[in-house]
Each structure stands twice: as structure tokens, then as C-alpha cells.
Design a protein around this ligand. Structure first.
Ligand code: NAG
Ligand code: NAG
Ligand code: NAG
Ligand code: NAG
Ligand code: NAG
Ligand code: NAG
Length: 531
């Protein structure tokens, strides 16, 4: 049974976004919320942005590094549907922080730098809301940490610079008032380079966490602090996490009704060992052109290597509605860090998850704007990918720098949006967007298709929109709901019956985008809230 939750204005197809638009700040961190608005922020310690705070408001902060009185914004809310944005107000420094959306749709952001390093801030989705800085924050400072949503709706916060431990949020339970040591982060830490920041973390189908840092991974029981499994090192041994900044995704979870559900992780790109020291001396080594794919649930897991059409570092991996992965942004040589990237890679690569090994990559149309350090990319409901940010320079310098501070947001259209596919493109009729669904329920989805329907090529997918920063999308998670039956209702209207994910381990509670996919072409999404 589905019930409509909120009454949002009818959201129309918004393909009218101009190619580029300045939002006045650098999109270093992005999160799409269930009102089709993207919360974006950069940092407070780099001087004046190009966007004034409204109503003459200013931020006065004696602890601030660049300017003590700042009347410019360092966060915005971008409204995808109207292609407009408004300034938000941040009090303490959110630089290189992390976050997760709670089950009710509120973004819970944690940590940062300087006076912001232990702060927790929330942002509720509404057209007049702003950041709330909470009184009780984190136990440890968290700068370059990774967050992941847990089946109970809370979140775990792992690592960060010189933090070889983790903690939980919210702080209501007694167990959330401590930190817990994680020796894996010591083992993967290279002194001075710290090639284990922003570790890649995914909730496995057995309830343990897959944690990847540097070139290694473990399966980890976070409730009892036990390493359940140690994965072999990625062949070649090159580092893949910050500042080597490859990227990683949990591939779509499928066959959710099967007795044994499989999970696979894909890690792509990065910078070879030694790149960071070399970049600091002015030598920019070619980035890694390999991906490594591992079956997390395999009793004897092995990394299977694949070769991309080119090397890339600092790229984002964006899960598309049809289960393919877009690899976008980044550089062909160098590493993450100030002025350490060279040779921007303007062509995204499409990774076709289910194609045979050796024929999974496809080049996509190029952008014109280099998206280097501190760039981001997120999927929005209509299937486009918002691409933004790059290279904030001190005092937001736009001149006499190799890659100027980049304030633009642009929309990348994957090839499935080409008009040639309009005849096979599904359009969801029901349920209504913002519906609530339960675990393991039957769900009937009605959709229209103009042309002929191949009933065995219909899929329903559910995607958890991630928190994206530093080439990694936290909480990005796709579930494939296999259709039990597809039938014609009347004329061009069809109905597909699926079963929703069976547990919060498969799909932590909260808002997801639900798509119907036909012959690999996705519909626009609708929002559903699972609980
Ligand atoms: C900064 O904003 C001003 C107007 O407020 C605009 O003219 C200028 O082009 C902007 N700079 C950049 C780099 O976007
Ligand atoms: C939503 O969740 C956040 C974070 O857990 C909490 O602070 C907030 O009070 C909740 N809002 C409502 C309306 O329940
Ligand atoms: C973690 O370990 C405890 C104690 O052995 C066990 O009860 C729990 O089920 C484990 N969690 C997972 C997700 O396996
Ligand atoms: C910013 O740019 C100006 C103009 O090119 C330059 O003079 C200045 O040194 C730059 N400031 C910093 C901090 O890089
Ligand atoms: C990609 O470029 C080709 C050639 O210019 C064009 O025909 C096609 O429409 C473009 N695709 C998208 C999704 O913009
Ligand atoms: C076809 O079915 C849809 C969905 O149930 C309904 O909204 C629509 O009115 C029907 N159209 C006709 C012509 O019966």
C-alpha cells in the first residue's frame, strides 16, 4: 500500500537548464535532497566567495583564518527544477567534511576544519530552511572522514586525518559517546602522505561494512569491532584513496529475493605510488587507467582488473538509474591536492556494469570545463548529472592560476537522454512521488511507453542519493527490483509488479529515487521513502 506523504508542487521535466551557471561558490560537497534541491558548500577559510549573504548578513568569527568578518556565502541550495539557487549561512568551517541523510530526509553533516572539526550541522529540506549548528557534536575531530548510513537510521563516521577510529551519530545511545579504534586505518596509513583518507565504505548485504583504504579492504563488524574478512591487495598495489583519489561504487544489488545475495564493489583510477611526492617536485605522473572489481560476498574474493580508455585521478563515479556507472571529472596525471593535478579529462567514461569483461567502457560527449581538485557530480531525478566545482584558489582567485576557481554548475546528459530513445522511454504514472513504502512489500508501478514494450526488458531500480565530495559518493546505493510480471493495462500504459527490498540492511531507511528502466533507458525518477 502506498500513501502520499507530502504535497510538493508538481515537478515537471526540467531539461531546460543552460549548460553553465555560476552559483558563486565552489561545489566541494553536494547532496541531493528529496525536494529536488541540492545542498552545496565549500569552506569558510578561503576568503570572500562571489555570492553575498542576503539582507546584509555577515559572519563574524574570531577563530576564522582568512577573514574575521565575511558577508559572503559558502553554501547554497540549488533548486534543480527552477534552475535557481539561494545562499545559505554557515557559522564554522566545513572544509573537507562529510555527511549522511537521515531517514526523515534531513542532511546531517559532520566535522570540518579548525572551529568546525567536531561540529554537527543539520539541514532540513524546505524552501526557507537554513543550516542548524548543534550544541553537541562529535567526540573526535573529523577532517576527511567517511560517513555511512546504518540500518537503524543512524550513521557511522570513520577515520579522518590522524583519527584511526570511528564513532556514531546521533549520540542518544551510550555506545555513541565513545570512539572505537580501527587498526586497519593505521595499517593503511603512509606517514606524510596519509593515503587512506575518505576511505570507501559500503554496507554489505550481511550487515557488515566493507571498508577500503589505500590498496586494501576489510569486511568489518562495527557493532563488535571485529575484522570479519581481509581482502587481498589490489594487484599492482597502487593506492586508490585520497590523495591518490580513485573512486569506488557498490555495484547494483540484484536478485534481492534469492537465498544468497551477492555484492560487488568497483574501484577505478587513482594515482600510482609516489605520485604525491613527485607532484610536489613538479613531476606529474600519469594516473592509473585500471579498475578493480571484487565480489565482496565471495568466500575467496579476488580483484578482477579492467582497463579504462585512459588514466584518471579525482574522478567521480556516479551511479546512473539503469545501473551503469558514469566516471566523470578529474585529471589524466598528478594527484589530489593543491595544484597537483594536470591534463584535465573532459570525456566521461560510461561503465556498462552487465556487459562482458573487456567491453564495458564507452566514451561519452566531452565537457569544456576542467573539473580538477574539489569538483563533484551528482545524479538528479530527471537522469542528468550535475557537475560542479573545481580548484578553489586562495581568496577565490580567478586570474594568474593554471586552473581558476570554478563557480559553475553544468548539467551533463548521459546518452540515454538523447531524443532517439523517446519511443522506448518509460514515464511513471503511479505511485505518486513522495510515497511511503515498506520493507518486503509488493509494489505495483504503472508507466507509459510511447512505442512497443519488450516486457522482459523492464526493470525497477531504487537509488539512494549520495553525499559527494573528493571523488567519493558516500551512501550511493542502488537496488534492482526484479519484475514479477509486466502487463499492459490499456493503450500505452503498463504495470510492473516488484517486491521492495526485504530489510534495512539491504536498504537503510530513508528517501530513494525510484526509476522504471526499459531497454536500458530510464524514466524520470519519483521519490519514495522506505521504512
Ligand atoms: C562574480 O560575480 C559578479 C557579479 O556579482 C560577476 O560579474 C562575475 O562574473 C562573477 N565572477 C565569476 C568568476 O563568476
Ligand atoms: C529529522 O532527523 C534529524 C536528524 O536525525 C533530527 O534532528 C530532526 O529533529 C528530525 N526532524 C523531524 C521533523 O523529525
Ligand atoms: C557482529 O558480531 C556480533 C558478535 O559476534 C554478532 O552478534 C553480530 O550478529 C555481528 N554482526 C553482523 C552484522 O554480522
Ligand atoms: C590573487 O590574484 C592576484 C591577481 O592575480 C594576485 O596578485 C594575488 O597574489 C593572488 N593572491 C593569492 C593569495 O594567490
Ligand atoms: C553527443 O554528441 C553527439 C554528436 O555531437 C550528439 O549527436 C548527441 O546528441 C550528444 N548527446 C547528448 C546526450 O548530448
Ligand atoms: C489507462 O489506465 C490508466 C492507469 O490506470 C488510467 O489512468 C487511464 O485513465 C486509462 N486510460 C484509459 C483510456 O482507459
Amino acid at each position: 500500500m502506498t500513501t502520499s506523504l507530502f504535497l510538493f508542487p508538481i515537478l515537471l521535466a526540467a531539461l531546460a537548464l543552460p549548460l553553465q551557471k555560476s552559483i558563486g561558490i565552489v561545489a566541494m560537497h553536494m547532496q541531493l535532497l528529496h525536494n529536488d534541491r541540492v545542498v552545496i558548500y565549500d569552506r569558510t577559510d578561503f576568503g570572500f566567495s562571489n555570492l553575498s549573504l542576503p539582507n546584509g548578513r555577515c559572519r563574524k568569527n574570531e577563530k576564522e583564518l582568512a577573514v574575521k568578518t565575511d558577508c559572503t556565502a559558502h553554501s547554497v541550495e540549488y533548486d534543480v527544477v527552477s534552475n535557481s539557487f539561494r545562499a545559505l549561512f554557515i557559522q564554522t568551517d566545513v572544509w573537507c567534511s562529510s555527511g549522511s541523510v537521515s531517514p526523515n530526509g534531513t542532511l546531517v553533516q559532520t566535522g570540518g576544519f579548525n572551529d568546525g572539526e567536531r561540529k554537527v550541522r543539520t539541514y532540513s529540506p524546505c524552501s526557507t530552511c537554513d543550516w542548524q549548528e548543534l550544541e553537541n557534536g562529535l567526540v573526535a575531530r573529523r577532517w576527511y572522514a567517511t560517513n555511512h548510513k546504518l540500518p537503524d537510521g543512524g550513521q557511522i563516521i570513520i577515520g579522518g586525518r590522524r583519527q584511526f577510529n570511528y564513532e556514531f551519530y546521533p549520540k542518544t545511545e551510550a555506545s555513541a559517546k565513545n570512539t572505537y579504534s580501527l587498526p586497519f586505518l593505521v595499517q593503511t596509513n603512509e606517514p606524510r602522505i596519509e593515503n587512506n583518507l575518505y576511505p570507501f565504505v559500503f554496507l554489505n548485504v550481511d550487515g557488515n561494512l566493507f571498508i577500503f583504504a589505500n590498496n586494501k579492504a576489510i569486511l568489518f563488524n562495527y557493532t563488535n569491532n571485529i575484522v570479519v574478512k581481509t581482502f587481498p591487495q589490489i594487484p599492482g598495489g597502487d593506492p586508490r584513496s585520497y590523495p591518490s583519489s580513485g573512486s569506488a561504487v557498490l555495484l547494483p544489488l540484484k536478485h534481492l529475493q534469492a537465498a544468497v545475495i551477492e555484492a560487488e564493489v568497483l574501484v577505478c583510477g587513482g594515482a600510482p605510488k609516489g605520485s604525491f611526492e613527485q607532484a610536489s617536485k613538479g613531476h606529474f605522473i600519469e594516473a592509473l587507467n585500471t579498475c578493480a572489481r571484487v565480489k565482496v560476498t565471495d568466500p575467496n574474493p579476488n580483484w578482477v582488473m579492467e582497463t579504462m580508455p585512459g588514466g584518471r585521478v579525482m574522478s567521480d563515479m556516479v551511479m546512473l538509474p539503469n545501473g551503469n556507472v558514469l566516471i566523470v571529472n578529474g585529471a589524466g596525471s598528478g594527484t589530489a591536492g593543491w595544484r597537483y593535478g594536470r591534463n584535465p579529462v573532459l570525456n566521461p567514461f560510461l561503465y556498462k556494469t552487465n556487459s562482458p569483461l573487456g567491453s564495458r567502457f564507452e566514451l561519452q560527449n566531452a565537457s569544456t570545463i576542467p573539473r580538477m581538485y574539489h569538483s563533484t557530480a551528482v545524479l538528479v531525478r530527471d537522469g542528468r548529472v550535475l557537475v560542479a566545482g573545481s580548484n578553489p584558489n586562495v581568496y577565490y582567485n580567478f586570474t594568474n592560476v593554471m586552473f581558476p576557481t570554478e563557480l559553475s554548475v553544468e548539467a551533463f546528459s548521459p546518452s540515454y537522454l538523447e531524443p532517439g530513445f523517446d519511443n522506448v522511454r518509460p514515464r511513471i504514472v503511479s505511485p505518486a512521488s513522495q510515497s511511503q513504502i515498506m520493507y518486503g512489500q509488493k509494489l505495483e508501478v504503472k508507466f507509459n511507453v510511447k512505442g512497443a514494450v519488450s516486457q522482459n526488458l523492464v526493470l525497477v531500480t531504487m537509488l539512494s542519493p549520495p553525499f559527494t565530495t573528493h571523488s567519493y559518493s558516500m551512501n550511493q546505493r542502488m537496488l534492482m527490483l526484479e519484475p514479477k510480471s509486466v502487463k499492459n493495462v490499456n493503450g500505452t500504459t503498463y504495470q510492473v509488479e516488484v517486491t521492495t527490498p526485504g530489510s534495512p540492511i539491504l536498504a537503510p531507511p530513508g528517501f530513494y529515487l525510484l526509476f522504471v528502466v526499459h531497454q536500458d533507458i530510464p524514466s524520470e525518477g519519483i521519490w519514495v521513502q522506505i521504512q
